[in-house]
Design a protein. Structure first.
Length: 154
């Protein structure tokens, strides 16, 4: 199975409620770039699961538009989510997943899936990591591919 972990694109700052912060114009371009890159990757009937926060929803929708699939909300993809609870949710999944979330969760999740340890992993806006393994469990996946928006001038 493959799991792609995506951080949302660059977001506006200063919103009263963090969950209502949307993407900037640059963030929209980054999200579209992530979608174009992911459309070129090999996935097996992927599902896109996104944080309910606006900036993650906007990023996920840009990716979904490129892949021709729908976005599903996943409440456990918020910034301060419990990584162990998320791992428990992922172990039941059988198809490829694209998870759109936030710091620090994206870094924590990648660290747990690849190294089996919880630590901060730096992550730029709209950065995508594709992990591959037999199952989504701590230390059971490896990094298959990575996309950085700056490499495409975004």
């Amino acid at each position: 199975m493959k799991i792609c972990i995506v951080r949302h694109g660059s977001a506006v700052s200063g919103a009263v409620l963090d969950q209502n912060r949307g993407l900037t114009g640059r963030g929209e371009n980054q999200a579209a770039g992530a979608g174009r890159w992911l459309a070129q990757q090999s996935f097996n009937s992927p599902r896109i699961l996104a944080s309910p926060f606006l900036r993650a929803q906007q990023t996920a929708q840009a990716i979904a538009d490129c892949l021709g699939i729908a976005v599903e909300n996943m409440p456990h993809l918020v910034p301060d989510a419990d990584v162990q609870q998320l791992l428990n949710d992922l172990t039941d999944q059988e198809q490829d997943l694209i998870l759109v979330s936030h710091l620090p969760l994206v870094g924590h999740l990648a660290a747990m899936l690849v190294d089996g340890q919880l630590y901060d992993q730096p992550w730029s806006p709209a950065e995508c990591w594709i992990l591959q393994g037999d199952l989504a469990a701590a230390g059971c996946m490896s990094v298959d591919a990575v996309w950085y928006p700056v490499l495409d001038g975004l």
